[in-house]
Design a protein around this ligand. Structure first.
Ligand code: ADP
Ligand code: ASP
Ligand code: MG
Length: 414
C-alpha cells in the first residue's frame, strides 16, 4: 500500500465526462489499496474566464479580491470529483487550501507555500477516504485566501506530497509526458522516459509550462519522485529523476528545447560608458520588483554605449515608465522597447562534457536566417533572444540539429 499524490490539470477535469474518467482512474488506484490525495485544477478555460470577468470591471483589480475570484475555479472541480467518487461507493472529501491548511505568505496572486499542516490529511486518509484538495490556492496567516501563480496546482501537489512523505507525485495532464520540446509546436518532438531534476528545472524556468517551476524546485529539494503522465491514455510517462553519476554520464548533450514568448526588450541608447551605469539603470527596475532576465551592454564608442535588457511582458509598461522618468538623469539620448521578441533555450546536462554546443546552435540559426539579438548561458543551457516571428522556425531547426526529431536515433554530438 502506497501513499500517492495525483494531480489532474484543467483539460483532465474539463467536462463532466472527463471528471468521471478521473474518478474511474482514482477508483482503480483506491481498489489496488493505495492511499490517495488528489489535487485538481479548475476546469480548462475557467481561470481565464474568471480573470476576463475581473478585467471587464477593472484593469487593475484588487489582488485580494482577484484571489477570492480565481480560487473558486478549483473548488468547482474538487466538489464535482468528490461527488463522482461517492457515486462509485468510494469515501471521498474535498478540501480547500485553508481547510488543509496550506499556509502561504501574503503575496496575493503569486503567494509561496511556507508550510502544510498534514494533520487533517492523515486523519481523513486513516478513514480510508480519498482526499481531494483544491490546487493553486492557500491561506495566509490572517486567514486570507491566496493563489500561487498561473499553473500553480503542480506546486500544490508536490508540496502536499512532501508534507505527507508520499511515495510518488503523479502529474496527470493532456500530454503523455515531458517531451524534447512542446509537442504542439514540433510534430517530431519525442517523449522522454526520464529527465534529470536539473534539466527539468532549467526547462521549466526557460518557459516549458508542462510543469510549474516551483513544483520542480520542491520535488528536488524534498526528494519527491515526480512523474508526468497522460490522463487520457495509460503509459509510463516521464520520470523526473534524481541527478546521479550514472544518468549524468548517459545523458545526451541536449535534453530539450524550451521557449518563452513572455519577454520584452528595453534598450537605452547612448548612455555614458562609465562605472556604475548598469546599477543606475537596473537599480530602480529592481526596486519596483521587476525581474530582469537577459542583459547586454555593447562595447563603448566615444564614451557612450547602448544598454539592453529583457523583462517579462507583463512588466513592460511599468519598466517603460521607470526609464522615462530616469532617462535625463542617466545622461542617455533615448530609449526604445520591443515586445515582439522571444527566448529559445537549449538545455542539457551533457553540455558540461561536450564542447561546441553554442557553435552548433548559432550555425543552425544562421542557416535558417534567424538573427540572434542577445545571448545568455549557464552551465547547462544556452538561451538566445530572437524576433518572435521566427520562434517556431528556430525551435524546429534546433530540435533537428541536435538530433531530437522522433525519426532520428541517437545524438550527433556524442
Ligand atoms: P495542465 O492543465 O494539465 O496543467 P498545462 O497546459 O499546464 O496542462 O501543461 C501541459 C502542456 O504543456 C502541454 O499541452 C504542452 O503543450 C505544453 N508543453 C510545453 N513544453 C512541453 C514539453 N517539453 N513537454 C510536454 N509538454 C509541453
Ligand atoms: N487554474 C490555475 C491556472 O489556470 C492553476 C492551474 O491550473 O495549475 O493557472
Ligand atoms: Mg499546468
Amino acid at each position: 500500500m502506497a501513499l500517492i499524490v495525483q494531480k489532474y490539470g484543467g483539460t483532465s477535469v474539463g467536462s463532466i465526462e472527463r471528471i468521471e474518467a478521473v474518478a474511474e482512474r482514482v477508483a482503480k488506484h483506491h481498489a489496488a489499496g493505495d492511499q490517495l490525495i488528489v489535487v485538481v485544477s479548475a476546469m480548462s478555460g475557467e481561470t481565464n474566464r474568471l480573470l476576463g470577468l475581473a478585467g471587464e470591471i477593472s484593469e487593475t483589480p484588487d489582488l485580494r479580491e482577484l484571489d477570492m475570484l480565481v480560487s473558486t475555479g478549483e473548488q468547482v472541480s474538487m466538489a464535482l470529483l468528490a461527488m463522482a467518487l461517492h457515486k462509485r461507493g468510494i469515501g471521498a472529501i474535498s478540501l480547500k487550501g485553508s481547510q488543509v491548511a496550506i499556509k502561504t505568505d501574503s503575496f496575493h496572486s503569486k503567494a509561496r507555500i511556507k508550510d502544510i499542516d498534514a494533520t487533517r490529511l492523515h486523519a481523513e486518509l486513516a478513514e480510508s477516504k480519498v482526499v481531494i484538495v483544491a490546487g493553486f490556492q492557500g491561506v495566509d496567516e490572517r486567514g486570507e485566501t491566496t493563489t500561487l501563480g498561473r499553473g500553480g496546482s503542480d506546486t500544490s501537489a508536490v508540496a502536499l506530497a512532501a508534507a505527507v512523505k508520499a511515495a510518488e507525485c503523479q502529474i496527470y495532464t493532456d500530454v503523455d509526458g515531458v517531451y524534447t520540446t512542446d509537442p504542439r509546436v514540433v510534430d517530431g518532438a519525442k517523449r522522454l522516459d526520464s529527465i534529470t531534476f536539473e534539466e527539468m528545472l532549467e526547462m521549466a524556468s526557460m518557459g516549458s509550462k508542462v510543469l510549474h517551476l516551483r513544483s520542480v524546485e520542491f520535488a528536488g529539494k524534498y526528494g519527491i519522485p515526480l512523474r508526468v503522465l497522460s490522463s487520457f491514455k495509460d503509459g509510463p510517462g516521464t520520470l523526473i529523476s534524481v541527478d546521479n553519476e550514472e544518468n549524468l554520464m548517459e545523458a545526451p548533450t541536449i535534453a530539450g528545447i524550451a521557449f518563452n514568448r513572455d519577454e520584452a526588450k528595453l534598450t537605452i541608447v547612448g548612455v555614458p560608458d562609465t562605472p556604475g551605469i548598469a546599477y543606475q539603470i537596473l537599480g530602480p527596475i529592481g526596486e519596483a520588483n521587476i525581474e530582469v532576465d537577459v542583459i547586454l551592454q555593447n562595447v563603448g564608442d566615444e564614451g557612450k554605449t547602448d544598454f539592453t535588457f529583457t523583462v517579462s511582458r507583463n512588466d513592460l509598461t511599468r519598466a517603460e515608465e521607470i526609464l522615462e522618468t530616469h532617462i535625463t538623469q542617466l545622461g542617455a539620448m533615448e530609449w526604445r522597447s520591443d515586445s515582439k521578441i522571444a527566448k529559445v533555450s537549449v538545455v542539457g546536462v551533457g553540455m558540461r562534457s561536450h564542447a561546441g554546443v553554442a557553435a552548433t546552435m548559432f550555425r543552425a540559426l544562421s542557416e535558417v536566417g534567424v538573427n540572434i539579438q542577445m545571448i545568455s548561458t549557464s552551465e547547462i543551457k544556452i538561451s538566445v533572444i530572437i524576433e518572435e516571428k521566427f520562434l517556431e522556425l528556430a525551435v524546429r531547426a534546433l530540435h533537428s540539429v541536435f538530433g531530437l526529431d522522433a525519426d532520428e536515433a541517437g545524438d550527433p554530438e556524442s
